[in-house]
Design a protein around this ligand. Structure first.
Ligand SMILES: [Fe+2]
Ligand SMILES: [Fe+2]
Length: 225
């Protein structure tokens, strides 16, 4: 009985640390994207290497969220090449090609995470990502082929995807640390950094020329395409 009470109190403690970690995720990601942030969070966790109890609610949520992002990353490996093909400029095509390769790596990393947890890699349909993918398909349908406007719109669609991934990985890194899964946290953090770089890269591409060219595009230009 005493043991059960102790276990419950440990679970509650982990839960509140996770939510505190989640709240500070954005600031931490902006300021401390190196291993220093990992160390700080481990220290916050009392330095204890608590093995994950996969029956605890937070652990169950963590596993569910891993399945969700695994499904999302796998879906993106099929969507990004379509966006690459639809893009007008070589610059954006190259960016989508690079990110397809990175996304394939993200899938493999998640498979490694499942392996570390001694669980089969399993996806669970992510409604949010499915919606974002649909939005990208709508953009391809509703913008003229070969136009700069299409690229400007595709960049926004891709950035919405990146932001979903950043929010997910940012939160999962903190929960992994809270659960004492520091190796898993490091793996997820590597992907988080790549998602953030991709997001910034897309902003640079939009701001360097695409948005300006799209703004100058006239209806006649588009009709001539
Ligand atoms: Fe990804
Ligand atoms: Fe991504």
């Amino acid at each position: 009985m005493a043991k059960a009470t102790q276990e419950q109190s440990t679970t509650q403690k982990s839960g509140s640390q996770a939510s505190a970690g989640l709240q500070s995720t954005t600031a931490q990601n902006a300021q401390e994207k190196d291993s220093t942030s990992t160390m700080t969070s481990q220290e916050n966790n009392g330095g204890a290497n608590v093995k994950m109890d996969d029956t605890a609610p937070l652990s169950k949520f963590f596993l569910d969220a891993l399945k969700d992002i695994y499904w999302a990353e796998k879906a993106l490996t099929e969507t990004l090449p379509k966006m690459q093909q639809a893009a007008t400029t070589e610059e954006l095509q190259d960016a989508f090609e690079d990110h397809t390769l990175q996304t394939q790596k993200h899938v493999l990393r998640l498979e490694k995470v499942f392996k570390l947890l001694q669980l089969p890699a399993e996806g669970k349909k992510c409604d949010a990502m499915q919606g974002l993918i649909k939005e990208g398909e709508e953009i391809i349908k509703n913008t003229p082929e070969g136009s700069m406007t299409r690229d400007a719109a595709l960049i926004i669609a891709a950035q919405k995807v990146e932001h979903y991934e950043i929010a997910t990985y940012g939160g999962l890194v903190q929960i992994a640390l809270t659960l004492g899964e520091s190796e898993i946290a490091e793996i997820l953090d590597r992907t988080l950094e790549e998602e953030e770089e991709t997001d910034m890269n897309l902003t640079d591409i939009a701001e360097s020329s695409i948005n300006f060219s799209a703004q100058e595009e006239t209806e006649e230009d588009v009709e001539d395409l």
